[in-house]
Structures are given as C-alpha cells and as structure tokens.
Design a protein around this ligand. Structure first.
Ligand SMILES: Cc1cc2nc3c(=O)[nH]c(=O)nc-3n(C[C@H](O)[C@H](O)[C@H](O)COP(=O)(O)OP(=O)(O)OC[C@H]3O[C@@H](n4cnc5c(N)ncnc54)[C@H](O)[C@@H]3O)c2cc1C
Length: 448
C-alpha cells in the first residue's frame, strides 16, 4: 500500500480487525494503528505447555451462538466445546451444588424497562412483590450482576440489563462455549488471514497521541520506535476502549482531540462506564478437587465435575474449571471492588490472595494449596494503559448513549468497539465484531 490510506483504524482488537476485513474486501485501503506489540486487544491467549492447553488472559467464552463468531468458525473449520459440569455454591460457608442461574433469573425477570430507568441496586432495594424472593436471593443477584457485567450495581442501568437479557435470548446466550483446542486466538488468526493484505497495513507498537480533525481530513499523531509521526487520511475509525476515550488530558496515554469531540459525544461518554475485572488462571500439579467431598453435607457427589464455583468471597468470589476438559487448571474471577483491591499489586500478592480464596471456599489449607500450585497466569487490565478496565456497561439513565457514541461525526470520525454496540451485546467479543462490521458499512456508505 503506498500513499495515504482511505481509512486509518485505531486499534487492532476484534472491532478494528473485523472492520478492516470488510473495508479491505470492498477495495478500500486501511492502515491499522495498534499500541501493543500484538493484535487482539482484550483477547489475549497464551498456551500452557504442560497441559498443552490455551490460557486466556482476556475473553474466554463465546456466549451463545452469535452469528458474528459462529459464521467465522464454521467457514474456517474451527471447533468449539460447550461448557458443562456441576455448578457449586458456597452459602454460609457450606459447599453444595446449586441451581444458581435459575434462582437469579427469577429475580432478573422482575426488571421492567417500561418503568423509568434506575440502577440495579435501586431495583433490588424496591423489588419485589413476590415474597418468595429472599434477601439472600437479592444478594446473589447483586453478586451475579457485579460479576458478569464487572459493574458497580449502584450504577448499572436496569434498562440496559433488560436489553442484554433479551438480546441473549435470541442467541441462546445461556449456553457457553470455548474455541477448542486453540482458544480465542484462533478467531484472531481467522480475521488476520481474511485481511486483504494488499489493501491493509498493520503497524504494531504505535501509540496514537492526538487526533486533529476537520471534515474529510484527519491528522493523527502517533509515536513509535522512530519517534513522533503524523499520519493523514480522509477518515478515521476509532475502536479504542471506552476508558481511553474517557481519560482526561492529564492522564497518561490519554488521546487529545483537536478540536474536542462534539458535546453529544462527551455526554454519551459520561453515561457509560468501564467495568473492572482481574482474572487469574492457576495450574496445579493435579486436579485436587476431583476427590473432594464437602464435609458435613448431605451432598453425595464429589467436586470431580465442577464447572463453576460461586460465592461471595471477598477476593475471588467466582471460579471455574476447564470442564468438559478435565485439566488441573482453575480460573478465579475478581470483579469490581475485588479488582480494585488487586490492581497494581505484584504477582505474588495476587497469587497469594487467589490461593487463599480458593482454599477457603474448598476448605483446603493454604499450605496444601501452595504445595499443589504450579503456575499462575494473569493480566492487570485495570492498570494496562491500553485498556484501563475490562469492558463497558451503561449507567442508569444512559438509554441511547451507545447509539450516540457509535454515530459518525462529519463523515470523518467513525466509532466501533464493544462499547458502541447498540444491540445489547456490549462487553463481548461478538458485540465488538458486530460494531466493526457496522462501522465499515457506515464508512462504505459515504462512498455511495
Ligand atoms: C478479563 C476479560 C474477560 C473477558 N471475557 C469475555 C468472554 O468470556 N467473552 C466475551 O465475549 N467477551 C469477554 N470479554 C470482553 C471482550 O474481550 C471485549 O469486549 C472485546 O475483546 C473488545 O474488543 P474491541 O475491539 O472493542 O476492544 P480492544 O480489544 O480493547 O481493542 C482496542 C485496541 O486499541 C488499542 N489501543 C488502545 N489505546 C491505543 C492507542 N493510544 N494507540 C493505538 N492503539 C491503542 C488496544 O491496545 C487494543 O488492541 C472479556 C474482557 C476481559 C478484559
């Protein structure tokens, strides 16, 4: 590709790559600018050589059967494995199997998007006429919303939660899959292969610092190994995480817009928030939970088929295994306040908290878990300057904010990325891909 591209794309995550595929197929030239030394953004697959298994530091699951992912998997002969196994809960210190999701669903079904919007916490405080819904059920539902959406329950919008549930129903969102055996990286490789390379350049290790714009003209300032450079194009597609767009000018790696983004964009940014998560994947010397049976319980089962372990523990309340693959690997999930407490700490600190948390839930001593522990994998998305958090959610009163963020400015600035999804699939890989396709269409329509 020589000369200025038709489009500069900021970010080589799922949204940027899928937009680049569509634009390059339509014959436009594109330059993708990526700050990291790799593509994928919040998809980041490593491989554990001992188990010969993928380890995800970011996205791991396909939620349901979204066509944006399944079409790519089918046409590239990639396979998936559906998550199955027993769900265990720790309630009042007691470990037992539980029908967690159907219990929580009963409460979530009471949310109403015809009433004025409110936060999930306000909804819980006011709900519910149904006397079968106990305070304990409300506490679990709060834990679920905090965990799944990585969100502050005092902020997240009930309207957006209802929209998400409806969107999930359409794609069987209660089923969960993994790309097996390769992990999510396989999807990135598909997108990379589908780029029409004669039309696309990919520049890694290149950090955007400022965006000068006027109708039909972009001057993008970037920094890379050769210093500061200005790139020019008639259109810019921005797929940066929400938190990067929300950063104030004095924060490190904030991007300056010259002139500022229009007021409607600023207002949209204020109505959205970035969720927080820290996850850690631990490999043990053996699948030690295989033979555990909850002490003093009526359960006749062992934990051999445990898929999820749910609790309200203060550091890592949620855990899952690799079921149906029976590997000695388990992942801990620390959302919202738990992530805030862990972020910025050393690996030793985070591993120690995770081992203590798992040991406390399974009633295995910390010294025994330390003996069984072999390796940890984690990434601090919160402190990572190119994500500054996990994924977005809508704040109460934020109806329409994603639409406002997604809309183009002067047919010159275009926006994609999971936070711009308007179909209830924000915060997901398929939402990010769909937003990339949508933005590519918007760009192509300016050539009609
Ligand atoms: C821990 C975790 C677990 C998750 N689990 C799941 C899951 O199981 N299933 C699921 O569907 N989704 C999951 N997600 C969400 C999913 O990963 C994201 O929604 C999706 O990957 C976002 O893609 P994107 O293209 O919108 O953004 P990103 O992937 O963040 O891409 C944006 C790109 O912009 C780059 N960038 C940032 N700043 C600059 C700059 N100044 N200059 C140049 N480039 C820059 C970034 O490096 C990044 O590569 C998870 C996310 C996290 C963090």
């Amino acid at each position: 590709m020589s000369g200025n591209p038709d489009v500069i794309i900021l970010g080589a995550g799922a949204a940027g790559l899928s937009a680049a595929v569509e634009l390059s197929r339509a014959g436009l030239t594109a330059a993708i600018i990526e700050a990291r030394d790799r593509i994928g953004g919040r998809i980041f697959t490593l491989r554990d050589s001992v188990c010969n298994a993928p380890v995800e530091l970011g996205a791991e699951f396909i939620h349901g059967e979204p066509p944006e992912i399944w079409d790519l998997l089918h046409s590239n002969n990639l396979h998936t494995k559906e998550v199955d196994g027993d769900i265990w809960c720790v309630r009042d210190g007691e470990l037992s199997t539980c029908a967690f999701f159907s219990e929580v669903d009963q409460l979530l079904e009471q949310m109403d998007d015809r009433a004025p919007d409110q936060s999930f916490l306000e909804f819980l405080e006011r709900c519910c006429g149904d006397s079968r819904i106990t305070q304990a059920a409300k506490d679990w539902a709060r834990g679920y919303v905090t965990g799944f959406h990585a969100a502050d329950p005092a902020k997240i919008s009930v309207h957006s939660l209802v929209k998400g549930l409806r969107a999930d129903e359409k794609i069987e969102g209660d089923r969960t899959f993994r790309i097996a055996p390769q992990g999510y990286e396989a999807l990135l490789n598909v997108l990379r292969r589908e780029l029409q390379t004669e039309n696309v350049s990919l520049q890694l290790n290149t950090v955007a610092t400022a965006i000068g714009w006027r109708r039909g003209n972009i001057e993008l300032s970037v920094r890379n190994h050769s210093g500061a450079i200005t790139m020019t194009a008639p259109r810019l597609l921005i797929t940066l995480p929400l938190s990067i767009l929300q950063a104030t000018p004095e924060e490190p790696f904030a991007i300056r817009f010259v002139p500022d983004l229009p007021r409607q964009k600023q207002a949209a940014l204020d109505k959205l928030a970035m969720g927080k998560v820290i996850r850690i994947t631990l490999r043990f010397r053996e699948r030690f939970w295989e033979h555990l049976r909850p002490p003093h319980s009526t359960e006749s089962k062992s934990l051999a088929n445990m898929s999820f372990l749910l609790s309200r523990e203060e550091w890592f309340p949620t855990w899952w295994t690799t079921m149906p693959e029976k590997l000695p690997i388990s992942t801990g999930w620390a959302p919202f306040r738990c992530a805030e407490r862990l972020s910025g700490h050393s690996t030793d600190f985070v591993v120690d908290k995770s081992l203590r948390s798992l040991g406390c839930l399974l009633k295995v001593s910390t010294s025994e878990l330390e003996r069984l522990f072999a390796q940890a994998y984690w990434h601090d998305w919160e402190s990572d300057p190119f994500s500054r958090g996990a994924y977005s959610y809508v704040k109460a009163g934020g109806d329409g904010a994603q639409q406002a963020l997604a809309s183009p400015v002067e047919n010159t600035l275009f926006f994609a990325g999971e936070a711009t999804d308007i179909s209830g699939h924000n915060g997901t890989v398929h939402g990010a891909i769909a937003s990339g396709y949508r933005a590519a269409k918007q760009i192509l329509s300016t050539y009609d």
